[in-house]
Design a binder for this molecule. Structure first.
Ligand code: RRO
Length: 306
């Protein structure tokens, strides 16, 4: 079965990407060497989110395993824009697939600097705007407000010809309204969902387990939420939707594609098995053939009601 897709003008061999921040390709190259390039599990690589200035991230502990997923409170540790361009970009540009760089700033000016500088690099195929990180304490999450999201896109759109993908938050009553605002203001695609805000207590001390107090829930626990939000968003926009949230099998990926996603991303499953996405792609091809589908099902959404 032909799994190739074109998304925002970028040709991809199949529809399985990684979720930003869930696969460290530079560390993986150290561990697996050239095998990583031969067996690379994703059709495009989305970087961990970068910010204008370096960040140390949140205090430990940063992870908590739940019965069907995990809570992270990583807090955006990164080398900052300059460190990324100098040290990480040359490494990521060697990957055998198109590179999507995820960026985030607490200010519109910071976003503009990131988009201008990253967008000017030929190694970068597209930029993901992370307006949905649950783990920064800067107050407003831009992606919770349609108007804020649109204003951000309107400011950034003229700064680059590269496709802009908006990473949506699930913590809104109407994700389709935010997605539509992003589309109207010039977004080329949306990706969803980011993690859901979550808390866990240390069973012994009774205090919050995570160093930052709370974090973002991912994994199988959020799959049903992700499927519903992808369905609602895909019904509302004409730009491509990259769906993610708890995808662990080809059947999960197939469901998300049949609900309107043009591509999917694997995140938490890669922590347990770095090659999970390769298995999911193979299972997806089998699932779609079993259903008699000869092409990827964008547009065959069984329900478009919200
Ligand atoms: O770094 C993080 O803590 C983080 C980010 Br930027 C994000 O977008 N989503 C998430 O669950 N964690």
């Amino acid at each position: 079965m032909e799994l190739g897709i074109e998304i925002c003008g970028i040709r991809l061999e199949h529809p399985v990407l990684n979720g930003s921040g869930t696969f460290d390709a530079i560390a993986a190259r150290g561990a697996f060497g050239d095998r990583l390039d031969r067996d690379f599990p994703f059709s495009a690589f989305v970087s961990k989110t970068i910010t204008p200035e370096p960040r140390a991230g949140n205090p430990p502990p940063r992870l908590y395993e739940t019965p069907a997923g995990m809570i992270n409170s990583i807090g955006l540790p990164n080398k900052g824009l300059e460190g990324f361009l100098e040290r990480d970009l040359p490494e990521l540009a060697r990957l055998p697939v198109p590179l999507i760089v995820s960026v985030m700033s607490p200010t519109r000016e910071g976003f503009a600097t990131l988009v201008g500088r990253v967008g000017a690099r030929a190694e970068v195929a597209a930029i993901e705007l992370n307006v949905s990180c649950p783990n920064v304490s800067s107050g407003l999450i831009v992606g919770e407000q349609p108007d804020e999201t649109a204003a951000l896109l309107a400011a950034l759109r003229p700064l680059t010809d590269k496709p802009l993908i908006v990473k949506l938050t699930p913590t809104v009553a109407d994700p389709a309204a935010v997605a539509s605002a992003a589309e109207r203001a010039g977004a080329d695609a949306v990706s969803l969902i980011n993690t859901l805000r979550a808390t866990a207590l240390d069973p012994v001390s009774g205090e919050p387990w995570l160093g930052a107090g709370s974090g973002g829930l991912s994994g199988a626990a959020i799959r049903a939420v992700a499927l519903d939000q992808v369905r609602r968003v895909a019904a509302a926009v004409s730009i491509p939707v990259i769906g993610m949230g708890g995808i662990e099998t080809g059947a999960d990926a197939s469901a998300m594609l049949r609900l309107g996603a043009s591509a999917v991303a694997v995140g938490t499953a890669s922590f347990r098995d770095p090659l999970a996405a390769a298995r999911i792609r193979a299972e997806l091809a089998e699932d779609l053939s079993r259903r008699g589908l000869e092409r990827l099902p964008r547009g065959l959404s069984p329900s478009t009601s919200t």
